[in-house]
Structures are given as C-alpha cells and as structure tokens.
Design a protein around this ligand. Sequence first.
Ligand code: FES
Length: 316
Amino acid sequence: MQLDMRLSRIIELAPGIREFWLCREDGGELPTYSGGSHVVLSLPLPGGIQRNPYSLLGDPADCNKWRIAVRRQEQSRGGSVWLHDSAQEGQALKVSMPANLFPMARLGRHHVLIAGGIGVTPMLSHARELARLGESFEVHYAHRAPEFGVLADELRTLAGPDLHCYVESRGETIDFSKLLARRPLGTHAYLCGPQGMVEAYHRIASEMGWPDTHVHSERFLAPPPGAPFTVRLAKTGKAIEVRREQSMLEAIESSGVQPPFLCRGGACGQCEMEVLDCDSSLLHNDLFLSQADRDSGRKIMPCVSRVTGGCITVNL
Ligand code: FES
C-alpha cells in the first residue's frame, strides 16, 4: 500500500545532506512505527519512477510527519541527486507504509547503538524509542568532520552523556575491540554505516565471541547501474527492457506487474525470483543469497541485481 504524501519541509543539515519531512496529502494522521523502520519513496525522475528506501529518523509516535535525511550521492542512479536538486517543498510523492528490518531486541538489557555517517538515521528512531521506554542505551556516532555531525544535538538530548562522537578529521575512530569488550550478558549492539565499517564490526564481534543474535546491522544497497538487458516473464511471455539506470524490479513494476518487496536494498529476501534461463551472466549485488544459491545460477534478487546483457527469463 502506498500513501499520497507531500514534502512539507526541506532542511539543509550540512553540505550534501538534506532532511525531508513528509506529511499526508489529505492532512490525516500517519500510522506510528517502531524504531529502525524505513519507508520507500517513489521518486518521479525524468526517466521514470525510482523507488528508494530511507530510514525514518523522527519520533515513531509522531502521527503528523515522517522524517528522513538523504546524503547526495553523485555516483548513483539519480534518486539522491533529484531529492537535492529538484525536490521542492509541497512536492507530492507516493510513500510506502513503514517496514522494519532492523528492530530492537525487546529482551535486551542494554543497547549499544553505533552510527557511521548518514547511518545515524535509524539510530535516532531507536534512541527515541529506548528513551521513552526507559531502557538502558548508549550511542556511538562517527562522522567525517564536525559539520557532518548532523543530528548529534538531537541524539544528545536523548542519550545525554551516553552519546560519544568520533570525528574522522580529528583522527578519532571507533575501536570495536574496545567498544565491544567486557559487555554484560544481555547487551545487544546495532550498527548502521558504510560497508567497511559493518564488516569490521561483525568480524571483531565474532572474534570476541559475541553471539550472532546480539550483533545487529543494517545496510541497504543501492542497485548499481549497468548494461541494458531484457527480462522475460515466463508466465505471460512479457519481454521488458531494463534501462542502464533502472533496477530489474523497477522495470518489471513499470510494466504493470507488482512483485513483492520490502527493503529494495538486497537485504530482506522478499523479491527473490527463480531464474529459468539467462544468455549472459548474473551480477549478484545482494546481501541475501548464499554462495550456494549464487553458484546454482537459479536465483536472483531483482531489487539490486541484474545481468551483463542479453535476456534473462524469470518464473513470474
Ligand atoms: S526487496 Fe529486499 S532483497 Fe529485494
């Protein structure tokens, strides 16, 4: 289900980082959500609709507006550039209902929230929820330079002295082997940040003996552009062209077919499709399929993955 919404406010947070407020077009109330949730915005780019996921950073109990923040990324398919260069206050947009692939562990006794750069956004909604519930938590926020510590003031009002900032330009970085050491039983850690940071965090936590169930992370991948190709839907025989900057999922949607999805970032597994035939090579970009799945050549996640050209036939 999609809601008719509009951009009610645009705020310049830092060079290349904008915050957007979303309200219902009809002025009605919005549903509440849980900390860590995201929504999918349908962006009206000149080449067609692009659907991108963004974490909600506001108060999960706020029924008047949803808040997101977006970093401008030149080397991407154009969604963030459109939001920075073309989006105006009052702009109408279709927005999905919130979904949560990064929930809080409700039975956790202490929560360590770790953010890298724009990965601060889901940590804000987590921190607001934890503060309201009176739960024990701390926040570690790494960013490139002082001016990129956007939203640190809001985090400080929630976490007080338990907010720790690390400014890369001052040589400050998060030392995971210290941060994760000697934590009492029942501690859960959560990280949202760039790929290298996520990988280091999981590797060090694993080496230190943290159970996987207590080490949480969120990373949405953007579908990379690539060579155009054709996707054929076996059940109807429909052949659909996938353009260079379009994801396979977006191309299928633009033909009127609506496959299931949740994250649109290669993480949830909802959009998995069976490959019946392919006359080129699969380019897997997801975080979901196992190596065995990839090696089989029979599965693809169309929200982020594509093929090198030619034609792929899927069981749809
Ligand atoms: S929609 Fe989540 S993996 Fe594709």
